[in-house]
Design a binder for this molecule. Structure first.
Ligand SMILES: NC(=O)c1ccc[n+]([C@@H]2O[C@H](COP(=O)([O-])OP(=O)(O)OC[C@H]3O[C@@H](n4cnc5c(N)ncnc54)[C@H](O)[C@@H]3O)[C@@H](O)[C@H]2O)c1
Ligand SMILES: O=P(O)(O)OC[C@H](O)CO
Length: 332
């Protein structure tokens, strides 16, 4: 039987642990808060997923070495900006031959590194052991076993297959792929576009406005992803269009909800104060913008989200800035 260690007991770590368990994989979770670990061992995680009754086979611990013992697969589900520190702390606990799965959707501030790059650098993990799982996977829907599909991408087809088999549950359908770069860029950028769509909604705009932002957001995602070596088909797939639609349109998305509040006139600091879970786009808008500039890629929506979050521009100002740009061909 395949055995997995899941690091991170937040929304997605917990929901994905349930998927793994429902797929017949043995799961041990690592959490930093003893009270959450105790709850998981009793079958619940009330802070993050109160609706979830965890499969009884899932165990949790605060000891990173205990979580990793005997694992064929190590799954990382902490906020992107904490991965470097967390990996440093877990250190030698991670098994040297296991697949290392990133569930994270962000780009590191300061270095502009994708999560797989941080895992390789800090964890010393070879590229062929790194696997990305990304798609339209809102944790609260998966937690109540609503059907969804996802992409499992690795430069090693064998590693992708190992992870896909380990998480193929009756309600969760993984598709394998090899485009690590494209899959990661889709996951990180859609959070920033969801902030923009949320802002539009908060301003009272309708579906035409939202669809326009989503579509032009996809154009930005593709330009950046292709410049970094991603494959065109990825952007039309589950990790691309699929996740963009789910995150931009769902009230369950933390990024979308964050944007709605900004559009309604709350200050960034006020929204941060009432947001209890990770809205990755709030920090990644800045690192993604820097990554785009380094690669000479035009990303006007991301630029305006960053202007609002980092430079106190109002939602009205960013809308005007976007609509007053020089006209151009759609495909330019
Ligand atoms: N929630 C979803 O629907 C979903 C779906 C797909 C992907 N993701 C991605 O998965 C990653 C994790 O998201 P999540 O939804 O589980 O986040 P979350 O905010 O629900 O949970 C974060 C977890 O990380 C832990 N953690 C460890 N070190 C931390 C630190 N230094 N600071 C803060 N928290 C720390 C927290 O205790 C918590 O258990 C993100 O990159 C997110 O984009 C989330
Ligand atoms: O709640 P969000 O905005 O982090 O989005 C969750 C997932 O990434 C959707 O696939």
């Amino acid at each position: 039987m395949t055995s997995a260690a899941v690091y991170g007991t937040g929304s997605w770590g917990t929901a994905f642990a349930s998927v793994l368990a429902d797929a017949g994989t043995t799961v041990t979770m690592w959490g930093r808060r003893p009270e959450v670990v105790a709850q998981i061992n009793a079958g619940t995680n009330d802070d993050y997923l109160p609706e979830l009754r965890l499969p009884s086979t899932i165990r949790a611990t605060t000891d990173p070495a205990e979580a990793a013992a005997g694992a064929d697969i190590v799954v990382l589900a902490v906020p992107s900006q904490t991965l470097r520190d967390n990996l440093g702390r877990w250190g030698a606990a991670l098994p040297s031959s296991a697949a290392v799965v990133s569930l994270m959707k962000g780009v590191e501030l300061g270095t502009t590194k994708r999560m797989s790059e941080v895992i390789a650098e800090v964890g010393g993990v070879e590229a062929e052991r790194i696997v990305i799982v990304s798609g339209p996977n809102l944790a609260r829907e998966i937690a109540v076993k609503q059907p969804a599909a996802s992409v499992v991408a690795s430069s090693s087809p064998a590693m992708a297959e190992l992870v896909a088999a380990a998480c193929a549950a009756p309600y969760f359908r993984p598709y394998t792929g090899t485009d690590v770069v494209g899959t990661e860029i889709c996951g990180a950028v859609k959070n920033v576009i969801a902030l923009a769509v949320g802002m539009a909604e908060g301003l009272g705009m309708g579906d035409n406005s939202k669809a326009s932002i989503i579509t032009r957001g996809l154009a930005e995602t593709m330009r950046l992803g292709l410049a970094l070596g991603g494959e065109a088909a990825t952007f039309a797939g589950l990790a691309g269009v699929g996740d963009l639609i789910a995150t931009c349109m769902s009230p369950l998305s933390r990024n979308h909800s964050f944007g709605v509040r900004l559009g309604q006139g709350m200050a960034v600091s006020e929204v941060i104060a009432v947001t209890r879970q990770t809205a990755e786009g709030v920090k990644s808008c800045t690192s993604i913008l820097e990554l785009a500039r380094k690669n000479d890629v035009d990303v006007p929506i991301i630029e305006q989200v960053d202007a609002m979050i980092q430079h106190d521009r109002t939602a009205q100002e960013v809308v005007s800035a976007l609509l007053s740009r020089p006209r151009k061909a759609e495909t330019a």
